[in-house]
Write a protein that binds this ligand. Structure first.
Ligand code: GRF
Length: 187
């Protein structure tokens, strides 16, 4: 099958990147990861890109031209889909307009609830009974683009921030790949 060239943006551990790489190696998964972008040279997740020989681009966000440089790189690799996987920098309207409808993000809550950061502590504080993760398109408003897929689970009584994070991330790995498969069917 002809796969879409994709790029994954990370800033940290990259466990979602690892899961996406694994999915992308299956013959019927619709994307191939051709580039990994990180705003941090020290992002531990870069190890997965190295292991699978995927080109890496480190972008210093202090550079005023950083988004133009990313766009240039993305064009060079003929990228058709950008997956944000723990990329901790908000993309500008300029960038999003240039790639409209082709950027997706994974967020550790059931959107539209708990947009932004510190989701786990806020979820526990509010004594929610359920939580989960959401894969959505990226638009100009934070965590507000059209939802592609959500996955939900029940919060247990003795849940901590750490356990919630672990449980959420475990469902994220499947959710991200499933959302991409669903997206491809929609195109
Ligand atoms: C994920 O939990 C995702 O929901 C959030 O950032 C985290 C990234 O984790 N956007 P990792 O770097 O993929 O391990």
């Amino acid at each position: 099958m002809v796969k879409l060239n994709s790029c994954v943006f990370i800033s940290g551990a990259g466990t979602n990147l690892k899961a996406l790489i694994r999915s992308s190696r299956e013959y019927n998964f619709p994307i191939d990861i051709k580039l990994v972008v990180s705003n941090k040279k020290s992002a531990p997740g870069l190890i997965y890109a190295k292991k699978f020989s995927i080109p890496i681009k480190i972008i210093n966000i202090k550079d005023s031209l950083f988004e133009i440089k990313i766009l240039r790189e993305i064009k060079k690799h003929n990228i058709k889909l950008i997956c944000l996987a723990g990329y901790m920098k908000i993309l500008s309207n300029f960038f999003i307009k240039n790639f409209k409808g082709k950027i997706i993000n994974i967020h550790p809550s059931l959107l539209p609830k708990y947009k932004g950061v510190n989701t786990f502590s806020r979820i526990l504080k509010n004594k929610e009974r359920f939580t989960g993760c959401t894969v959505h398109f990226v638009n100009e408003k934070l965590d507000s683009g059209k939802i592609i897929l959500k996955k939900k689970f029940k919060i247990s009584n003795n849940e901590t921030i750490e356990s919630l994070k672990k449980r959420t991330q475990n469902i994220e790995y499947r959710a991200f790949s499933e959302a991409i498969t669903k997206l491809y069917r929609m195109i």
